[in-house]
Design a binder for this molecule. Structure first.
Ligand SMILES: [Zn+2]
Length: 212
């Protein structure tokens, strides 16, 4: 099959979770019927996350049932990863449009893995500001806020896991001139780790709605 990317990063994360679930199943369950049922359910969950699939794409997702242990899982995921739609690196112009108030915005050269990215996030450590480029149904949205690490783990608003988080504080204009509303959300300190665990775009949509 021609290698045409068709898997969103969040869909890959969801499939990966199912694959790990299968590895765990094979290691702990002996009953072939139970294993079979687990496999069907995992494939179904993965397939369901796609609105449409070609036959070849469906076959690729179905190959999940060949996973029996860590090694076969790794092989399968490595193959699947080649089909992830990478996050498109924004041009300078696009950055200006997304962050009109920020002068001379520059993306960091390191630590950005566009292949495993649902949203782009980077920090300005000096000013403790976090910039995020987040997909919504209306297109990409630029978010600017300050961040503060918390001492305890909390549930991340994006990937929904209990992780070391930071409080991401954003300011939006209020109803009358000169007033602002501040909103805070717990999100993973480690944005790349968050990107590798976010399971759906709905959570992100809600996160943005909550801020805007
Ligand atoms: Zn997270």
């Amino acid at each position: 099959m021609k290698r045409e990317p068709f898997i969103r990063n969040d869909q890959f994360n969801l499939i990966k979770r199912q694959v790990l679930h299968l590895v765990n199943g094979h290691a702990t369950v002996n009953d072939q019927h139970v294993i079979g049922a687990m496999e069907s359910l995992s494939v179904e969950k993965a397939i369901e996350s796609f609105p449409v699939l070609t036959d070849a794409q469906r076959d690729l997702v179905n190959q999940m049932v060949q996973v029996v242990d860590k090694e076969t899982a790794e092989q399968y995921l490595m193959e699947l990863e080649k089909y992830i739609i990478p996050f498109q690196e924004p041009s300078e112009q696009k950055l200006k449009k997304l962050f009109p108030k920020v002068k001379k915005m520059k993306l960091p050269k390191e630590n950005l893995n566009f292949q495993r990215m649902t949203f782009l996030s980077f920090d300005d450590i000096g000013t403790k500001k976090r910039y995020m480029i987040v997909p919504t149904q209306k297109g990409l949205v630029g978010l600017t806020g300050t961040y503060d690490e918390t001492k305890t783990k909390q549930i991340c608003s994006i990937c929904n896991r209990l992780t070391p988080v930071c409080m991401f504080m954003t300011k939006t204009k209020g109803e009358s001139i000169g007033t602002y509303t501040k909103k805070g959300n717990y999100i993973c300190q480690d944005a790349q780790d968050c990107n590798e665990h976010v399971l759906s775009l709905d959570k992100i949509e809600k996160f943005v709605e909550n801020i805007k």
